[in-house]
Design a protein around this ligand. Sequence first.
Ligand SMILES: Nc1ncnc2c1ncn2[C@@H]1O[C@H](COP(=O)(O)OP(=O)(O)O)[C@@H](O)[C@H]1O
Ligand SMILES: N[C@@H](CCOP(=O)(O)O)C(=O)O
Length: 323
Amino acid sequence: MAVFTEVTPDQAQALLDRLRLGRLLSLRGIKAGIENTNYFVSAEAGEFVLTLFERLSFEQLPFYLQLMKHLAARGLAVPDPQADEQGQILFELNGKPAALVDKLRGGHQLAPDVFHCEQVGAALARMHLAGQDFPLHQPNLRGLAWWTETVPVVLPFLAPEQAELISAELAFQQQLAASQTHAELPRGPIHADLFRDNVMFEGLPGREQLSGFFDFYFAGVDSWLFDLAVCLNDWCIDLDSGRLDETRAAAFVAAYEKVRPLSGAEHRLLPAMLRAAALRFWISRLWDFHLPREASMLKPHDPAHFERVLRERIARPWHALSS
Ligand SMILES: Nc1ncnc2c1ncn2[C@@H]1O[C@H](COP(=O)(O)OP(=O)(O)O)[C@@H](O)[C@H]1O
Ligand SMILES: N[C@@H](CCOP(=O)(O)O)C(=O)O
């Protein structure tokens, strides 16, 4: 992400000492991302990512960091938080909560094809199943309650037709969330932000294998279907129009279903959940864009993209079964 809070080499070294990871070889601020301060840390013991959490509190963070440990222990390719001698994985740097996690190998696949989508679909389903016995609970902090409180904050920045759309969609989603079918959706810890830039692939062009996924700091307990919809809206669309690429989307869902078949309620609600996932990121992008925070390397995402995606999902509802 951006660098909101500068970290000095001496501070990084002090953390490496506590974690017994040897001498600091280099410390580089990371431009990508928008939520936290991230640095690549090269040390004698290996390659790591240092994160200073800008919005999440000491109370909220154990959920994310322990979830990563839980999934890593079950063989999922996610960054493992480094522990000190007492087993502590959450630290304080410059007054901010901080953690040091493994750096994943590989690079992003920003123009995914069916092959990449299948791998992400299967990994997502494996993550859902592996999280079933995770003992901590925290709601999705970017869920319906947050949309409801944030839409009025961004409304003054919108043109009348945008304000109408966002308000109508929020009302639609509130109604849906109160329905019996929604209550039947299977739930558990979800990633909630598994976009192209949060997954790594490595290998020869055309034969890349998923090498891991990261950035669990929007995770929370919510419906698995919402997580699937977030992914479909990023991995399986044409980025210019926001239109769903049905071939990629069908492949993504089929690969997911090979690991965990969707229930009848999930199939019925998929079109509405694709709208929910578009609304969620339209709101957060509007919020970040119009109410930005200070950061030395911040590059906000374009809110108009998810407005287009939402309009598309409303105009052309997509049912995985009919493809
Ligand atoms: N564990 C990791 N392994 C490898 N690269 C990482 C890791 N965590 C973060 N990065 C790099 O840092 C960038 C920003 O991280 P991200 O988690 O998306 O930021 P933010 O916390 O702001 O959402 C990523 O795009 C990736 O290049
Ligand atoms: N993926 C979200 C915002 C979060 O950004 P990230 O860099 O932390 O993944 C979006 O695209 O709006």
